[in-house]
Design a binder for this molecule. Structure first.
Ligand SMILES: Cc1ncc(COP(=O)(O)O)c(C=O)c1O
Length: 458
């Protein structure tokens, strides 16, 4: 490594570089590991001290085809030698259009035929809100308790997963109303509550909201993550999504489906919304779209996007040519490598391993729930304090505190990167979608050992 100088402090070693980072990188970013990530290949990453880690985070659901997928990296490298920045308001570029060709047949409904690419998830949330407001001529947006949509002001305004995303930053975007997602926590009910009860309650709250708080005449859109991500890895029941569609159709409200995390085969279908057969008015994607290159997309019907004024959408780097070329290769690789089949096989193995843990008499009382879809899966631990506690106080009281973060930390010590999520005690599994059976077994074994050790420590 070349010698670097920080105002006279040599940082020729990566150890020095770590200290340099701690001094000069904002505290506003959190980090779950020490050290410098140097390389990634397939399901593994390597740190500066040579430590190799199994990656069950995929960089928060991004590197779905594993790190540095050869076909994707090659496509990006080739594009780098061709043109890097062909600005979207100056001209079309070929990878942009080739990407749309690849995506059209993957769309959950043929009506979704008009695309715009941006860089990040939060930006396409902003675009969707702007589109819904201008096209309907209405202002208000309904979002879900537990939903996460990003850190910019509009997206933050419709985020309700944790206060850390908005604490100290108010006022956020106005005109936002909230209904409970059909998740037992949101009603203070136990995990065994029938899905139909949760769906009925949530749709009833929507009805009340439209009668008491925001008139349909003022309501532009309902925005939903069809699988709550930062809210606790909760798939929406298909009947709830169909209920939302009906309400939207009745009142001319737009349904914005945010599949930034759940899209691109993550849940065993190209998009989770396919499980319900519901047609989104606006569908959002990012993360797995380009396997690590910054790219996001918003797709809607041409009849809707034709109402937008030219120039009202855009961005200097929007739909970068290198990122689009990588995304074209992602779409090809997903097909050629039959990724959907692998997701469904590995998902069964993952659920089997987690259900076995849940049935273990020594652990059963500490595991409240195992849920998810495809390879977007989580374990929720019981909690003696905090929002999870009330559902089973008898069990909760005997459960150690902070199980999720302690288990995640122990997994990291044992060589596997894994993340927690939500305001509850949840550890989430987001492994690569092309993970081997062997690495899935390894990951679930590390997790099981970590849970046993932490529970025994009390
Ligand atoms: C569902 C969902 N929407 C939006 C975002 C924001 O995406 P980004 O972090 O790329 O801005 C995320 C990020 O985790 C997400 O999971």
């Amino acid at each position: 490594m070349s010698n670097r100088v920080d105002r006279g402090v040599s940082t020729s070693s990566t150890e020095g570089l770590q200290a340099f980072g701690e001094k000069h990188v904002t505290k506003g970013l959190g980090r779950i590991t020490e050290g410098i990530m140097m390389r990634g290949k397939g399901s593994y990453v390597e740190y500066d001290n040579g430590r190799r880690m199994l990656d069950f985070t995929c960089g928060i659901g991004v590197t779905n085809l594993g790190h540095c997928h050869p076909k994707v990296s090659q496509a990006a490298a080739d594009q780098c030698m061709n043109i890097v920045h062909a600005q979207c308001s100056i001209a079309f570029h070929e990878p942009y259009l080739r990407l749309i060709e690849k995506l059209l047949p993957m769309m959950p409904h043929p009506s979704l035929d008009s695309f715009f690419f941006w860089n990040s998830g939060t930006e396409v949330v902003e675009a969707a809100i702007k589109m819904a407001r201008t096209v309907t001529g209405r202002q208000n947006v309904i979002c879900m308790q537990g939903g996460y949509h990003g850190r910019t002001y509009g997206a933050m305004g419709v985020t309700r997963s944790k206060t850390v995303y908005s604490e100290g930053f108010f006022p956020v975007m106005g005109g936002v109303f909230v209904i409970p997602f059909p998740f037992w926590h949101q009603f203070g009910l136990p995990p065994s509550t029938p899905t139909s009860t949760l769906v009925t309650q949530s749709l009833y709250q929507l009805e009340l909201l439209l009668a008491q708080q925001t008139s349909p005449r003022d309501t532009a859109a309902i925005i939903i993550e069809p699988v709550l991500g930062e809210g606790g890895y909760v798939p929406a029941p298909p009947e709830f999504l169909r209920g939302l569609r009906e309400v939207c159709d009745k009142h001319g409200i737009m349904l914005i489906v945010d599949e930034v995390q759940s899209g691109f085969a993550r849940t065993g279908k190209n998009f989770f919304i396919e499980y319900s057969g519901v047609k989104p008015d606006i569908l959002l994607m990012a993360k797995g779209l380009a396997n690590g290159f910054p790219l996001s997309g918003v797709v809607s019907r041409k009849e809707i996007t034709d109402k937008l004024a030219p120039g009202s959408m855009g961005g200097t780097y929007a739909g970068n040519a290198v990122a689009c070329a990588a995304a074209v290769a992602v779409a090809d690789a997903m097909k050629e490598e039959n990724i959907l089949a692998n997701v469904n096989t590995r998902s069964t193995e993952l659920f089997d391993a987690l259900h076995a843990l849940q049935k273990d008499p020594a652990l059963a009382q500490h595991i409240l729930d195992v849920r998810g879809q495809g390879l977007m899966v989580c374990v929720e631990f019981a909690s003696p304090a905090g929002p999870g506690a009330q559902h089973d106080p008898a069990r909760g009281l005997q459960t150690p505190k902070g199980l999720a973060s302690r288990v995640a930390k122990r997994c990291i010590e044992k060589g596997m990167l894994i993340l927690t999520t939500s305001a509850y005690e949840v550890v989430r599994f987001i492994p690569p979608l092309n993970i081997s059976a062997e690495d899935m077994r390894k990951g679930t074994e590390i997790f099981a050992m970590a849970v046993i050790e932490v529970v025994n420590e009390g």
